[in-house]
Design a protein around this ligand. Sequence first.
Ligand code: NDP
Length: 281
Amino acid sequence: MAAIIDGKTVSLQIKEELKQKAADLRTQGTAVTLAVIQVGDNPASCVYVRNKKKGCEYIGIGSLSYELPEETTQDELLSLIRELNGRGDVNGILVQLPLPAHIDEDTVIKAIDPQKDVDGFHPQSVGALCIGQPGFVSCTPAGIIQLLKRSGISIEGKECVVLGRSNIVGKPMSLLLLRENATVTIAHSRTKNLKEVTSRADILIVAIGKPKMITREYVKEGAVVIDVGINRDENNKLCGDVDFEDVEPICSAITPVPGGVGPMTIAMLLNNCIESVRLQS
Ligand code: NDP
């Protein structure tokens, strides 16, 4: 039977540490504030934004909330970002994605001051990660590294396969694993002999957005399996990209969905907010 990697417990541990750091900063007279911008009322975004604000409250940092109507123009959004970039009392700026179709996400991401880019999506943040310089790291992959380390799973020298190459999960995940001295393979929808490639992994990280696609034929016996996917199955129940029931009996450790990677993302966002103080000093 596999060990279940418990993201809820680990994220709570991190949030308790951040609570202490936020309190220490307050004693030194430093307030930390995150500005969260949401355009439109996508129901999933509303839940994420609410949880992010709750997270700020929990660790004792401030949050400013901008809930803009769906018809907000790109120029209006850019002008708000510029205003927040210039405000000394705002440490982090987060624009909840996805944005309505009439707004170009890349332009918006690039408008955020890289020193306030707590999501780690700005090209400068990604470039810094690539060449090993200080900067914000995308929250979900950063959370996975913490999850592995705090669960006592060593990464160095391991054969790691990252399935998925998105800018927010797959690519930064691969760079972080490389930074931890893993041997990294990135697989995607054009990869040939996918099962053969994923079966090489000591640590398999799956981020494809395909409900329960990864069955035991894709997994080496004894591997560690990290499931990033958040999907709904045919009964509208939350599920990952990995078929948990099928894979769990043959792997050594696995993250559940929900309760695995998900809770880590917000913990790492809060971590980036606290880190912003150091990066901005
Ligand atoms: P994207 O859709 O941006 O990327 C999906 C990636 O998976 C692409 O690189 C794509 O390949 C690859 N892929 C798709 N289908 C297959 C396939 N059949 N075989 C092999 N590769 C495939 O997704 P994201 O990275 O944004 O998200 C992935 C999942 O993670 C989603 O379920 C999302 O909801 C979840 N997620 C969870 C988070 C959390 O906090 N837990 C945070 C972010 C995302 P190609 O490039 O060739 O098209």
